[in-house]
Design a binder for this molecule. Structure first.
Ligand SMILES: Nc1ncnc2c1ncn2[C@@H]1O[C@H](COP(=O)(O)OP(=O)(O)OP(=O)(O)O)[C@@H](O)[C@H]1O
Ligand SMILES: [Mg+2]
Length: 259
């Protein structure tokens, strides 16, 4: 089994190459997607301004109030069904889901979160509608049919919750006992000193999370990769924009993180 995460950066730029490569893996993959940029686009059209929180350690997450959650769920479902439709045209009958469907991804709302404010001081703020994943129903995610999962979970109280796409992909990989987790985004891999790093061990990846050269979404990817590698899952950070991106990543392209 492999888990393929189609990053929001791929979704918004051009997911065609990744989607075209999926049919080959339809009987042994679970797909997770992001879509942050499309959420922001829809928010702005609705007159809302996207907000982000910075956590100690430098990880950044979307502040998800009620209006943001609504937009998040709308944009993610649009993306989900667009990919399902594209797969249909390639002869793959896929099932697009959020974690709420069949209760495949359960989460607990993060009621309070620790942030670092503009002045660099740590503060506890309301967590909004963001979830910490507590349970994944692996049986329902195994193919056939190929499952395509949006980064939305459901709480015991029946709340829809925004969950981080990389975190979800890692948790799904663990749950379905995948050998490999592919994190596809708009960069060829992890860049350090202007070059793609071909291979990292989990401890090396963990150390690099704090590097000045690792910013934005790459920080979380690397942290997730280190955690996944420690559990024996090989993580590949690679581009989803190149030709046959899944084939080339499995054949050595990108950054490979192993225990
Ligand atoms: N050292 C680095 N090497 C490579 N990319 C880096 C590095 N530091 C920061 N980045 C940024 O990380 C980005 C990829 O992560 P990002 O979270 O933006 O994409 P994604 O995960 O595909 O999208 P989403 O989070 O919406 O699913 C790249 O576009 C790049 O700008
Ligand atoms: Mg990201």
């Amino acid at each position: 089994m492999i888990v393929v995460k189609i990053g929001g950066s791929v979704v918004c730029k051009d997911p065609t190459k990744t989607i075209q490569n999926l049919p080959k893996y339809a009987d042994r993959a679970v797909v997770v997607h992001g879509g942050g940029c499309m959420v922001n686009d829809l928010m702005r059209r609705l007159g809302l301004e996207p907000k982000y929180l910075t956590h100690p350690g430098g990880l950044v997450s979307r502040y998800t109030d009620w209006e943001t959650l609504k937009t998040f769920v709308m944009a993610m479902n649009w993306i989900n069904k667009q990919i399902v439709a594209s797969l249909h045209a390639l002869g793959v009958p896929a099932l697009g889901l959020t974690g709420a469907d069949l209760g495949v991804v359960k989460a607990k709302r993060k009621e309070k979160v620790l942030i670092v404010d503009e002045r660099g001081r740590q503060r506890v703020v309301d967590g909004g509608y963001v979830g910490r994943i507590t349970q994944i129903d692996a049986d329902k995610l195994l193919p056939p049919p190929l499952k395509l999962l949006a980064p939305i979970a459901v709480s015991e109280k029946g709340e829809l919750l925004n969950v981080d796409g990389d975190q979800l992909a890692f948790d799904v990989a663990k749950a379905v006992k995948a050998q490999k987790l592919l994190l596809l985004s708009d960069v060829e891999g992890l860049y350090i000193g202007g070059k793609v790093v071909p291979h990292l061990t989990a401890p090396e990846a963990e150390k690099l999370v704090q590097s000045e050269e690792v910013r934005g979404g790459m920080k979380r990817k690397l942290l997730m990769a280190a955690e996944a590698a420690k559990t024996g899952i090989e993580v590949i950070i690679a581009s989803g924009l190149s030709d046959s991106p899944i084939d080339t990543a499995l054949n050595g392209a990108g950054t490979h993180i192993t225990p």
